[in-house]
Design a binder for this molecule. Structure first.
Ligand SMILES: [Fe+2]
Ligand SMILES: [Fe+2]
Length: 230
């Protein structure tokens, strides 16, 4: 179907999602603790961060170490899954499937696990955080992956521009700002091979189950702690 300027598409109606509906369910009763990650874990007695005792911190940090090993990956996957059935605006496949398709291309190309996971999450913020979605993904993955991936994620939309000059207003030279940087070629190749070619309704796409073990291994790593903000 082609665009007809005389008959523009009607505006979309607001849509409620299963996630939002679940969040609207009856709130926890006062005095009840929220669910906790393991039947043997316990919540601390203090209800103000300033009052937490040394013993409570030790207790909670021990549970936190276990919690982080699985919960970070689980929640990252859930964030991705939120857009599974979300409508797109004109590409052949929606953003969720684009993420899976790009990761499938990286997998089929023999990339390492870290690169595949980075590719899977590269557009996780595309809908809710469109203008800064590269930064969104970079910050999500920064503690767990090499800096070359963080650098690429932050800039991937600007590296696309050279291939999208038929789009009104797109400056194909945007990536030239980083020409000569040691990671320029990696970013250029990653965008060309995995990002641009993965909006194809006819291309085989691996299901999320293929990537889940990889996601758990990468997000289950001991996170790197970044410097304090300036
Ligand atoms: Fe993107
Ligand atoms: Fe993308």
């Amino acid at each position: 179907m082609t665009y007809d300027s005389a008959n523009p598409a009607p505006p979309m109606l607001p849509r409620s999602s299963a996630v939002l509906n679940a969040a609207r369910m009856e709130p926890r009763m006062a005095g009840e603790a929220s669910p906790i990650g393991h039947p043997e874990w316990t919540s601390i007695a203090s209800s103000d961060l300033a009052d937490v005792t040394a013993e409570e911190w030790v207790h909670m940090n021990a549970q936190r170490a276990q919690w982080r090993k699985t919960e970070v990956a689980t929640q990252a996957l859930e964030m991705l899954a939120v857009s599974k059935d979300a409508p797109g605006f004109g590409y052949q496949i929606n953003n969720y499937e684009h993420c899976l398709q790009s990761a499938t291309l990286a997998l089929q190309d023999g990339q390492d696990e870290e690169t595949i996971v980075v590719t899977l999450f590269h557009d996780i913020g595309f809908v809710a955080c469109n203008e800064t979605h590269g930064e969104f993904a970079a910050e999500l993955l920064r503690p767990y992956v090499d800096e070359i991936h963080v650098w690429t994620l932050q800039r991937h939309m600007y590296f696309q521009a050279i291939h999208c000059t038929t789009c009104p207003g797109v400056d194909g030279n945007l990536r030239e700002k980083w020409r000569g940087h040691p990671w320029f070629d990696w970013a250029a190749n990653w965008v060309r091979k995995y990002d641009l070619a993965s909006v194809n309704a006819n291309l085989e796409t691996a299901p999320i189950s293929v990537f889940e073990p990889m996601v758990h291994r990468v997000f289950g790593r001991e996170p790197k702690v970044g410097p304090l903000p300036e």
